[in-house]
Design a protein around this ligand. Structure first.
Ligand code: GDP
Ligand code: MG
Length: 459
């Protein structure tokens, strides 16, 4: 999401930064570019107009003309106003009720409600240490109930069974009673969606909402639908009094219009972004950090939070100790390091959040990288524990056996051993030279499809 907008805004602002003095003429040129970029990103017209007016008013004022660096001052205004459009501050979920807090999902069919229930359940367990139960009131499609049951098992939360012959309100009430008995902190209620807004659906979800009075009512909407997302959100908000929005499929080539329009048009905050089909592809929405990402300033805070949550600390510490002690690094460690990077959303996921590197992330092919991870893992898994500890013993017939076992070729086994050999050399340096050496070494030694996009400064 935002790739195009980001690129265009960056170009405009770079032009401006180069100019020593800002005149009314070059400000209005820049604003025209910004306006066009926003419209192309499918931001709602009303939102674009008010945005441009606000930036203009500030840009011709004191703030810029008295600044030492007018270009920089202008960029700050754009960043501030982008942040304001998206809601200024993050809006966390409300848990200040007698448990269980009930979170109800609403939205059109296919928006990503059920998937988001699974992601949110996982997030609440891991990040907020909550005890979570999920239940489906989607009685129109038995497959939908099964889908949620599978997800619940996958993320390890309680599932309250329901069936297609039951009444949604009864299902939700019984689930709440059961959740209270089991001292559940958060009950997430999945609901049925239709392909389009129709009165029957609105009536039904309204009745469910009134009967349950959820703590949070989250509208789930597909970012690919652009500014239409904001309009559907408004229709639901008129019927239900939403407390927030989950914007899904931001990993696709959505242009960003939804993210920039929803808050202004509905008055309701985006609380989470869905960024993939997997259960860990959910991130809390922070307007200021997102504005920074759009303007290529990066989002180091989110990256750090993700690293803290996803990198296995005990593993990492064990590894660091081992390395310090002996400078030794075997294929088990190699595999573990690759998996850590993979868990962080791959190199491209990380690049998007680093200052000045957002533009590079398109150059990294995540699918290819993921395949490469799987291949490397398969090769290493086909080795005996002794071979992983002492790769030097891997010669001709062993190579053929490993290639056969992992469905690869001897050349590929050779390539891995070579990459590993280089990594091992680098690790020896690290145990002497510290982090800086490692970063320099790492970029050059990553598997193909991963390291190619790194800029010279990181190589
Ligand atoms: P529901 O009808 O609203 O419950 O939608 P589902 O949760 O069943 O999701 C519909 C489709 O969208 C499924 O194929 C999901 O895998 C996919 N999906 C949901 N969220 C995301 C997301 O953030 N990114 C991507 N790429 N796909 C998603
Ligand atoms: Mg569903």
């Amino acid at each position: 999401m935002f790739d195009n907008l980001s690129e265009r805004l960056n170009r405009t602002l770079k032009n401006l930064k180069g100019q020593g003095r800002l005149t009314e003429a070059n400000i209005s040129d820049a604003l025209r570019d910004v306006r066009r970029a926003l419209l192309e990103a499918d931001v709602a017209l009303a939102v674009v107009k008010s945005f441009i007016n606000k930036v203009q008013a500030r840009a011709i004022g004191q703030e810029v003309s008295t600044s030492l660096n007018p270009g920089q001052a202008f960029i700050k205004i754009v960043k501030d106003e982008l942040t304001m459009v998206m809601g200024e501050q993050a809006s966390p979920l409300n848990f200040k009720v007698e448990p269980p807090a009930v979170i109800m999902m609403a939205g059109l069919q296919g928006a990503g409600k059920t998937t988001s229930v699974g992601k949110l359940a996982k997030w609440l367990v891991e990040r907020e240490k909550k005890k979570v139960m999920v239940v489906s009131a989607d009685v129109y499609r038995p497959a939908a109930i099964k889908q949620l049951e599978t997800l619940a098992a996958q993320v390890g939360v309680e599932f309250f069974p329901s069936s297609a012959d039951q009444d949604p309100i009864e299902i939700a009430r019984n689930a709440r009673i059961e959740a209270r008995k089991k001292f559940i902190d958060v009950l997430i209620l999945d609901t049925a969606g239709r392909l389009h807004i129709d009165e029957e659906m609105m009536g039904e979800i309204q009745r469910l909402h009134q009967a349950i009075e959820p703590t949070e009512t989250l509208f789930v909407v597909d970012a690919m639908t652009g500014q239409d997302a904001a309009n559907t959100a408004k229709a639901f908000n008129d019927a239900l009094a939403l407390t927030g929005v989950i914007l899904t499929k931001t990993d696709g080539d959505a242009r960003g219009g939804a993210a920039l329009s929803i808050r202004e048009i509905t008055g309701k905050p985006i609380k989470f972004l869905g960024a993939g089909e997997k259960t860990d592809a959910l991130e809390p929405f922070h307007p200021e950090r997102m504005a920074g990402r759009i303007l290529g300033m990066g989002d180091v805070l989110s990256l750090i939070e993700e690293a803290e949550a996803k990198i296995d600390r005990t593993q990492a510490e064990k590894f660091a100790k081992k390395l310090q002690k002996s400078g030794e690094f075997d294929l088990e460690d190699f595999l573990e390091q690759l998996q850590q990077i993979n868990r962080m959303g791959g190199i491209s996921g990380m690049l998007g959040k680093l200052p000045g590197m957002g533009q590079l992330k398109g150059q990294v092919d995540n699918d290819r990288a993921e395949k490469e991870f799987k291949r490397l893992a398969a090769i290493i898994h086909s080795m005996t524990p002794n071979e992983r500890r002492f790769p030097a013993v891997i010669k001709g017939s062993r190579k053929r056996r490993i290639a056969g076992g992992s469905g690869t070729s001897v050349q590929e086994v050779n390539k891995l051993l070579k990459q590993f050999g280089e990594m091992q050399k680098m690790m020896k340096k690290v145990s002497k030279g510290g982090m800086k050496n490692m970063m320099r070494g790492l970029a050059g030694k990553l598997p193909p499809g991963l390291g190619g996009g790194l800029p010279p400064g990181m190589r």
